[in-house]
Write a protein that binds this ligand. Structure first.
Ligand code: ZN
Length: 414
């Protein structure tokens, strides 16, 4: 069911240099019900590789998107930080681009409409594209027009024929999921009105490498982008990188603005970040090989710490039944012998089991009620928010363990 790719999916050069083998992994968002335990759970190799020609980081084993995204349990609206980030971003676009009743904003992977809702409220026409049927339905019920489709050149051509080209195309955390980046970027170029802009947000590969965020690697994330690797991809389709900024969200992301070549002034931030990446050695294998060694060190440190706590009869749970948690638990070999349960705020996940390791998922309030001595924080990217929400647990003596960028304990708030 998976296809092994040995040449770069952007530039076609090969063979790819394999950097890190995370073993056989289940699909990271495929939470199980108790009934599912009677069936075999599919697992696939998860390996990270880099292209020596354009330096694009990519996984080698591609799972068809239909398997991955037709039903999806990640609802963006469950995170306060995401909602705040969305409202601020929309206010910024309105200000910078003079959008109005004659404009069209299209968002790719619009999820439950948490971002486009802000445009609807401002009277700016918008359209969401969301392949997960259950989530598209939630968006529609909230008044956000949503197409239940995968994005690519084909869909872009259909929309243009229907008179629906865009002044602003948004894509948050979707670009890295599209298995054919040339088809995706060609689709952007097709859909864009001549003076329009494309704004994409995605995890930044330099943050992944430098902060050892190996758990953001899973089958849905086919690519891990640096600006160095993106420039030739956009230029191949007649687009120019206009502006770039770094965001703290999801462990470090880029917000990239692109436009048709020659339509807008290129901001100095683009050349600055390209220069910074060159200085770090993004265009050399050494940069990536050091990362792979640090990942192996985290696994060893985490297994050692949790093993010592168990030998002292300490109880340990986890917080955050996220996709990144699945990669970490499966790569580090942590299951019910070590962790009692996973607490999570998302009601859609309660009563289900984590992929591969089958830890039961319970409401976040269970942490304060059952008071394990330690809670391994799998959603460390929302650490500030979660530590504040879990003040009662922390005041009762609960300690959090942060696995990344290095394993450490956050003492209780007593
Ligand atoms: Zn390449």
């Amino acid at each position: 069911m998976s296809a092994v790719v040995s040449v770069c999916r952007s530039c076609g050069a090969g063979p790819l240099r394999v950097l890190l083998d995370l073993g056989l992994q289940p699909l990271a968002n495929n939470l199980l019900s108790l009934d599912d335990l009677a069936k075999p759970e599919p697992v696939f190799p998860l390996r990270l590789a880099v292209c020596d020609a354009c330096w694009l980081l990519q996984i080698t084993d591609i799972i068809p998107p239909v398997t991955l995204f037709s039903e999806y349990v990640y609802f963006s609206s469950f995170s306060d930080a995401m909602l705040r980030h969305a409202a601020e971003a929309v206010a910024g676009y309105q200000r910078d681009q003079a959008l109005g009743a004659g404009s069209l904003v299209i968002e790719i992977a619009s999820n439950d409409g948490y971002l486009l809702r802000n445009f609807v409220a401002a009277g700016i026409p918008c359209l969401g594209i969301e392949p997960a049927r259950n989530i598209a339905e939630v968006a529609r019920r909230q008044g956000v027009e949503t197409l239940c489709r995968f994005f690519g050149r084909g869909l872009a051509e259909e929309l243009v024929l229907a008179g629906r080209s865009a002044d602003l195309i948004l894509g948050n955390n979707v670009f890295a999921h599209a298995p054919d980046p040339n088809d995706f970027v060609a689709g952007l170029a097709t859909l864009l009105r001549p003076r329009g802009r494309i704004v994409l947000e995605f995890p930044y590969a330099c943050d992944l490498v430098e902060h050892v965020e190996f758990d953001t690697i899973y089958h849905e994330h086919v690519f891990y982008f640096t600006l160095t690797a993106l420039r030739p991809l956009f230029e191949r389709h007649g687009l120019t990188l206009m502006d770039v900024s770094r965001l703290p969200i999801h462990g470090g992301s880029l917000r990239l603005t692109a436009a048709r070549r020659g339509e807008h002034e290129v901001q100095p931030a683009v050349a600055m970040l390209l220069g910074e990446e060159a200085g770090k050695g993004v265009g050399s294998p050494r940069y990536y090989e050091a990362f792979a060694r640090r990942v192996q060190d985290i696994r060893a440190d985490l297994r050692r710490m949790l093993g010592e706590l168990k030998s002292l009869d300490r109880s340990i749970a986890a917080y955050g039944a996220s996709a990144k948690g699945s990669t970490l638990l499966n790569y580090c070999g942590l299951g019910r012998e070590t962790l009692d349960f996973v607490a999570d705020r998302s009601t859609a996940k309660h009563g289900r089991l984590t992929p591969g390791r089958h830890l039961p998922i319970v409401p976040a309030t269970e942490l304060a009620r059952r008071r394990p001595d330690y809670a391994l924080l799998l959603t460390w990217n929302f650490a500030d928010e979660i530590l504040a929400q879990q003040q009662v647990y922390r005041e009762a003596g609960g300690k959090f363990i942060l696995p990344i960028p290095q394993v450490r304990v956050i003492e209780s708030a007593k």
